[in-house]
Write a protein that binds this ligand. Structure first.
Ligand code: ZN
Ligand code: ZN
Length: 421
């Protein structure tokens, strides 16, 4: 059984709970749907409801065991069984009160902390956990999950604005389910309350309610990647859709990062097989054994076939499309720059701009051409909702899809059945 560090209150930093807050519904552990979870209050007190009635009051150091059982949720405390219900709700006595929630098996190294109300129902043999939490506190959690605890303040502001722009533009991404966004990279990675660094919270507070929009005040598809290798990519070179603000730009700021350069070798026999499998009919002896890409291009021509570079990257598992190659003996050696799809904001570049004391406004307008930062209430949904912006590299946590049936009026509408027993 997982021991949850009973009494270790230093696990919990002060939560970011601004007054007059807006709520959002997040499906947590959405990817895993664990079979059992352990909930531990940070301090007193939490009320537990099942079948519409209050079953128990949890104090600090109490534990609540939650298990999926035959399509229902079975709960118990350390010393007594509370029963089996189709839905269980846990509510804190105050909004800022936190709890940890972690799968009982297998145990996680980093315990996750949440604040807000949470409802549990059974789903596919596991537990669906829907958290109703403060929107800005959620944004701080996303920033922490995305860029962690060692960045300049201005970089946290940049990432907060991007996370907020995405969240507001995709409130209906899980339409038909009882939550707004999931905690997986499908929406935005979220691992609970940001506790690692108070600068993250400060970066969110100082950009509260701000989002990025295009010239028409439409929320943009604020994609980003780890490192551009010195030049970013036009959106249509990776995805079907042209976006006026996702234009290639030179980026002199990311060259000192470890993701800037890479090398990878592929056996000549494997490379020849790959070309043949994709319709290259010219004999390997007659093909050039090299390719140069001093500035970014979008295609590679080999014999009778034109390959989009994003396809070669995906098929061979390369770190970026910004590569050249040549043959050395039995190997084709790819040497490349950058990490990720290269569209939109370069995170390493943005981070060093922040270190050079450039403002978040400057950084955002550098990578998103012609865009501006405004209050979310003045933003409207982006048109061209049919654009599929599929991230082929989940490692860079890029915002996935811009398909949205968003309407301005129903941001953050909580399911009223969630917050009441
Ligand atoms: Zn999702
Ligand atoms: Zn860059």
């Amino acid at each position: 059984m997982l021991v949850l560090g009973v009494g270790s209150s230093n696990l919990f930093a002060q939560p970011y709970a601004p007054s007059g807050s807006t709520k959002i519904l997040i499906s947590v552990y959405a990817q895993q749907h664990p079979q059992s979870l352990i909930l531990k209050p940070h301090k007193e007190s939490f009320r537990v409801f099942g079948g519409g009635i209050m079953l128990a009051e949890l104090k600090k150091n109490d534990l609540l065991y939650i298990t999926s059982s035959k399509g229902k949720i079975r709960i118990r405390t350390i010393d007594r069984a509370l029963g089996t219900f189709s839905r269980v709700l846990v509510k804190p006595s105050t909004d800022s009160n936190m709890f940890s929630l972690n799968p009982a098996n297998p145990s996680l190294k980093n315990l996750r902390k949440y604040s807000g109300n949470i409802a549990f129902t059974a789903k596919g043999g596991g537990i669906e956990s829907i958290l109703e939490t403060d929107f800005e506190q959620y944004i701080a959690g996303v920033v922490e999950a995305e860029i962690g605890g060692k960045q300049p303040l201005e970089m946290y502001k940049v990432q907060a604005i991007i996370a907020r722009t995405y969240a507001i533009g995709h409130m209906n991404k899980h339409k038909g389910e009882k939550f707004n966004l999931c905690d997986d990279v499908h929406c935005q990675a979220y691992k609970g309350v940001a506790c690692s660094n108070s600068e993250i919270v400060k970066g969110c507070e100082q950009t509260r309610d701000l989002v990025v929009v295009n010239r028409n005040n439409e929320l943009i598809t604020a994609v980003f990647h780890a490192n551009c290798g010195g030049q970013t990519v036009n959106s249509e070179d990776v995805w079907p859709k042209y976006k006026s603000y996702l234009r290639s730009c030179s980026c002199p700021y990311c060259s000192n990062s470890k993701s800037y350069k890479w090398r990878m070798s592929v056996a000549v026999s494997k490379w020849d097989k790959y070309l043949e499998g994709n319709g290259v009919t010219v004999s390997p002896d007659q093909l050039p054994k090299g390719f140069e890409q001093p500035r970014r291009q979008s295609i590679l021509e080999v014999g009778n076939v034109t390959f989009p570079l994003y396809k070669v990257r995906k098929d061979l598992g390369l770190r970026s499309t910004f590569f050249s190659y040549s043959q050395f003996g039995d190997s084709i050696v790819f040497s490349g720059k950058g990490f990720g799809h290269g569209v939109g904001l370069c995170q390493d570049g943005a981070s060093s701009m922040a270190q050079l004391h450039m403002s978040y406004q400057h950084i955002i307008s550098y990578y998103y051409r012609g865009c501006k930062i405004i209050h979310r209430q003045n933003a409207i949904p982006e048109k061209n909702e049919d654009a599929e912006m599929v991230d082929e590299n989940a490692n860079t946590n890029t915002l996935a899809t811009s398909k949205s049936s968003f309407t301005g009026g129903d941001y953050f509408v909580p399911d009223s059945t969630l917050i009441s027993p």
